[in-house]
Write a protein that binds this ligand. Structure first.
Ligand SMILES: Cc1cc2nc3c(=O)[nH]c(=O)nc-3n(C[C@H](O)[C@H](O)[C@H](O)COP(=O)(O)OP(=O)(O)OC[C@H]3O[C@@H](n4cnc5c(N)ncnc54)[C@H](O)[C@@H]3O)c2cc1C
Length: 266
């Protein structure tokens, strides 16, 4: 599963272990039991999320490859429950990759942390200036390397809009916490775009968990998450759950993601 984000970023699912069935298995292991059939299993997942009994979700683990601007990665790395490995600009030379927004959006007046999704008056001219600024940074970086300056020092001139890449392994419980905080409209717009993609991949792999996560855990405000949840009204979850048990969540979700259209995960 792969999706482009922003102008040059992406989220790629590298690996996955677990799924909705794994939640049920983990919850019932204490009684030495497994599946009791789709209907009862789905009810159990609903119960677990409604009552914040979240440890059974820790046995499903996602591994993502992410390319994002440094300022997004900085926010992402604050999520301590998970594992990260990042590309090193001490080791590799930086490539010419800076984030260029579609337009320069406006600062919100009341909320100091927020922005308004509207361009400021001279947005186009400011975008051109930003590009010029990036060209100058690039030229200076190249000059430093030509003069023999160490990569670990040359990189200090790179701005926060420089793209970086990292691997992120995270369990479903912590992923839900990430989506709850970062898909919410109070999060910075750029990280929201990544959280939306993570949410959609999460829905593809663990549709039952996703549904009740939105119903009982997601307390933020996000039109995108609501849309993902609304689309599921037409889904036959019992059928999907049974197929996922047969095929394995990853195989089932991959097939749907690759072959489908707008509702590929069904
Ligand atoms: C809109 C928004 C604005 C933000 N603004 C700022 C800001 O201005 N400045 C700033 O510094 N950060 C800011 N943050 C980051 C925020 O404070 C968190 O660091 C980040 O969202 C990670 O959340 P988390 O701790 O729940 O996640 P994780 O670190 O993944 O932790 C998951 C959960 O594990 C538990 N946990 C983890 N570590 C501990 C621990 N040491 N002790 C006890 N329990 C633990 C908690 O229950 C926690 O919710 C902002 C986040 C958002 C979403």
């Amino acid at each position: 599963m792969f999706e482009e984000v922003l102008d040059r970023g992406f989220v790629k699912l590298v690996d996955f272990m677990g799924g909705d069935y794994s939640v049920v298995e983990s919850a019932r292991v204490s009684f030495g039991e497994g599946s009791k059939g789709p209907r009862q299993d789905i009810r159990l997942i609903r119960y677990l999320l409604k009552h914040k009994h979240e440890t059974p979700f820790e046995h499903s683990v996602f591994k993502f490859h992410v390319k994002a601007p440094i300022f997004v990665a900085r926010q992402w790395f604050r999520h301590r429950i998970g594992s990260f490995n990042e590309i090193s600009l001490r080791y590799v030379e930086y490539r010419d990759e800076f984030y260029i927004p579609d337009f320069m959006r406006r600062q919100a007046e009341k909320d100091k942390q927020a922005s308004i999704l509207e361009p400021v008056e001279e947005s186009d001219a400011l975008i051109e200036e930003l590009k010029e600024h990036y060209r100058m940074v690039r030229a200076f970086y190249d000059k430093l390397l030509e003069k023999g300056v160490a990569r670990e020092l040359a990189r200090t001139i790179l701005p926060m809009g420089t793209y970086t890449q990292f691997y992120w392994s995270v369990n479903a419980r912590s992923l839900m916490n990430f989506v709850r905080l970062r898909a919410d409209e109070h999060a910075q717009w750029e990280i929201q775009q990544y959280a939306n993609v993570i949410a959609r991949m999460f829905r593809a792999l663990m549709p039952v968990t996703f549904k009740f996560f939105v119903d009982f855990v997601f307390d933020g405000s996000s039109g995108y998450i609501e849309k993902l949840r609304d689309e599921m009204e037409e889904w036959n979850l019992e059928e999907i759950y049974s197929q996922m048990m047969e095929e394995g969540s990853l195989n089932y979700a991959r097939r749907r993601w690759e072959n489908g259209t707008g509702r590929e995960e069904r």
